[in-house]
Structures are given as C-alpha cells and as structure tokens.
Design a protein around this ligand. Structure first.
Ligand code: HAM
Length: 418
C-alpha cells in the first residue's frame, strides 16, 4: 500500500502542540478583539492579478513563490500568499469604507508561499493579522503595534524586539529612490541584485547576505530623507508608543518584503529563532486601497506568523494552558455503559470537560487510561452501582474514593473543581 506524507514544506499540527497552536491564535486575536477589530474571512484563493497589483510585481512573493493555477473556467487564480490584499479587496467590494472609518478587521488562516523550507519557513504558514483602513493617523499605527505587543505579552513572551522604520510616502520616496538608485549604480553587485535594483532599489536594502550588506553600509537611508509630513507622522507614532510603554529599535534598513508599505513599517523579531527570527511584521500602506479599485485612503496592519510564535513559545519554555486535557474521566463497567454515556453527557452540559473509557477495557485497563488522561477525577459506574443509583468518585491524585448519588455527581464535581 502507498503511504502518503504531508507535502514538502507543510506539517501536521497534532496534540499536544495543537493546544499551543490554538492558544497562540486565540491570544493574539483576543488582543485585536479587545481593541475593536471585527473578524473577517476571505477566500483562500483570489484572482492572480489582485496579488500582482496588491502585493507588488517586484516582490519574491509574487514573482517566485505564488501557487498559481488555471481553473476549469480558464481563470488564473492564486492561493493566498498573504492576507492584506484579500481583506482590502473585500473592504472595497463590499463598500465598507462608506460606513464608520477606520474599518478595523482581524483575520487568521493559512497562506501559501513556494519557499525553500527550513525551520520556521514553510510552504503553508498561518497568520493572525489585522487591518485598520480609511484613516491616516499615526495614533492608529501605534494602536496596531500595541495590539501585537499586547498579544505577545499575554502569551508570556519576553524576548521579542520591535524594529521600527519609516519608508516615506509618494511625496518624499521618489527622490530618495533616485538617490539610492544612483548609489547602487556605483556599487559592485551581481546580475540578479542589479536586476532587483532596477525594479525596486529599496528591495536591495533587505538583502541579508553579509557581502551585500557590507557594500550597502554607506547607502542613503530613507530616514534621512523624509518629508516634513512623514517625519511628523513618524515622531507621533514614536511618542504614542512611548506613552504606551512600548520599546523599539530604529531599523533604518527595514524595508519589508512586500511592495505596498509607506510611512511606518515594523517587524517583531525573536532572538531565540535563528535565521527565521521575524515572527511578525506590518506597516502603513497609502496606495494599496486605490491600487485595487477603492478610494484614495490609507490603511495600516500587521501579520503575525503563528508557526513562528509556536517556535518562540517553545524557545522560551512557556507551558501552554492544557485545554485539551479533560477534568473528569468516566469509567463504565459491564452493563453500566449507557448510564455512563448519559452521565458524561450531563457533566459536559454542566461545563465539566469529560472523557470516557471506550472499548470495554475492564477496570484495570480503564483506570490506567484515566490516569494517563491527566484528568483530576474518575467516575466509575459498575453494575452494582447501577442498582444502587450511585457512582464511585475517585480523586486521581490522592486515590481517595467514595460513592455519590448519580444525580449529585455533577454538582459534587463542580464544587471540587472550582
Ligand atoms: P509578511 O512579513 O510577509 O507580511 O508575513 C507576516 C509574518 O508571517 C512574518 O513575519 C512571518 O512570521 C510569517 N511568515 C511569512 N512567510 C512565512 C513562511 N514561509 N513560513 C512561516 N512563517 C511565515 C505580510 O504577510 C503582510 N500581509 C502583513 C501586513 C498586514 N502588513 C500590513 N498588514
């Protein structure tokens, strides 16, 4: 028989890691919900042209990494490589900007990029993201950053650094781009890097190869060429972050891998993760909404890489809350099976997480399963108990056991577990 493995660059999320996975998604998104972001879900594939126009034709994501296919109707579609373009498409399509601004949305789900897989870099990765669209206010940039920081703190992470930069806007960036282009023209660069510089010189600043970084040491920086408006915007973002007690590091070469960013850009890096240290990132995008058919408004958002947060949580030895573990394990013996099923149903409806011994294992085997389950209490019902209308309640830590009337089991356990 042929056996199958998960495709290259993908992996299965299984217990107990899956508990941490859900906890990361829940904790990061709770921070967004607490700041007034509503949930949005968009399709996992979109028109290829949306990503070409939205994410940018000079990016690796679009030129090299998209999973693009033609459907049976002859349409070119691509699996979602990132969340922002689809969310903005939905905002524009449903005219959400005609209501209250900013439109504030959060989302989670898988993204697909054909990358060279390694630890922390996968072909399918999950993000939790937010977008706040329709208002160009530096206080909103600070809010977006603060939401991510709140999520990280709630997870218990302490080794995360915030890198911050401003990429200017349509006013000041073109002149800076020209300066950078001129500088790069005088640098010794390989063919591929030269081609990248021709398409988008800023992208070259993102090159992590030490020999390229060395040549770029004297490169002009956007931070020194911001127009008054962008400088003021950036200053206010930093003041607001200070007022929130959020620390950052200036990162003048931070350009990010997607084309739509303007003004504030940021990345969260975790020092325990090696090469794939960027656990999340985002920034403001002035032109994106108009580029995909909407009004001339700005937006700001982030995408946090859940897979990398999992690695960060592990690197800091943070124990996940054990939500998959049941509190109570019910053990039916002989003819008491249906009564046990009924009792487990009652306990679950009362809000007590309950598991049951299946497979007619006999008392010894079933009690071993109860111990292994991590539950605090076992409830054993045998045939004699059935006649007396009781169940045996056993404290699995102390080993203490006593009979309780079946009708009182839920109340008794509720009390003991509170
Ligand atoms: P991004 O930086 O491309 O931004 O991705 C966000 C995060 O997703 C990264 O910081 C990283 O943690 C994670 N990530 C990206 N690619 C992979 C991969 N191949 N394997 C594992 N994790 C990965 C965006 O996607 C923007 N849409 C963020 C944004 C929202 N900007 C504004 N709004």
């Amino acid at each position: 028989m042929t056996r199958f493995n998960a495709p290259k660059g993908t992996y299965d999320v299984l217990p107990p890691t899956s508990t941490t996975f859900l906890n990361v998604v829940d904790t990061l998104s709770a921070a967004a919900r607490h700041a007034g972001y509503g949930y949005v879900q968009t399709p996992i594939f979109e028109d290829t042209a949306l990503y070409e126009r939205g994410v940018g034709a000079s990016t690796d994501v679009v030129t090299k990494e998209m999973y693009t296919f033609t459907d049976k109707g002859g349409r070119s579609l691509s699996l979602r490589p990132e969340g922002t373009a689809g969310v903005i498409r939905a905002i524009v399509e449903h005219n959400l900007l005609s209501g209250q601004r900013p439109v504030k949305l959060w989302y989670t789900g898988p993204n697909f990029r054909y990358e060279q897989p390694q630890s922390g870099r996968y072909r399918q990765h999950v993000q939790v993201g937010i977008e706040a669209v329709g208002v160009d206010d530096p206080a909103l940039d600070a809010e977006v950053i603060a939401v991510a920081v709140a999520g990280q703190r709630a997870l218990g992470l302490s080794q995360v650094r915030l890198l911050l930069n401003s990429l200017g806007d349509a006013n000041c960036r073109p002149a800076y781009r020209e300066r950078l282009r001129e500088f790069l023209a005088g640098c010794e660069l390989d063919e591929a890097t030269r081609a990248r510089a021709a398409l988008n010189p800023l992208r070259v600043l993102d090159d992590k190869r030490p020999e390229v970084a060395e040549r770029l040491r004297e490169a002009p920086l956007m931070a020194d060429h911001l127009c008054d408006q962008c400088r003021e915007h950036y200053d206010t973002v930093r003041s607001a972050l200070t007022s929130l007690g959020i620390e950052w590091e200036e990162a003048p070469a931070l350009v990010r891998g997607l084309d739509y960013y303007t003004k504030t850009t940021f990345e969260f890096v975790h020092d325990g993760l090696g090469a794939q240290a960027a656990i999340g990132g985002g920034g403001r995008y002035d032109g994106l909404v108009a580029d995909i058919g909407g009004p001339e408004v700005s937006g700001v958002g982030f995408g946090l890489g859940v897979d990398r947060y999992l690695l960060a949580v592990a690197a800091e030895n943070i124990e996940p809350p054990d939500s998959a573990r049941c509190q109570v394990f019910v053990v039916p013996l002989g003819a008491a099976k249906v009564a046990a099923v009924e009792l487990a149903g009652v306990l679950r409806r009362t809000g007590i997480s309950t598991d049951l011994a299946y497979g007619d294992r006999g008392l010894k085997g079933a009690m071993k399963a109860a111990d292994r389950s991590g539950a605090s209490y076992a409830v054993v019902i045998g045939e004699r108990d059935l006649v007396e209308n009781v169940a045996q309640l056993k404290d699995l830590r102390s080993g203490e056991q006593h009979a309780v009337a079946v009708t009182d089991v839920a109340v008794t356990l509720k009390e003991k577990l509170s």
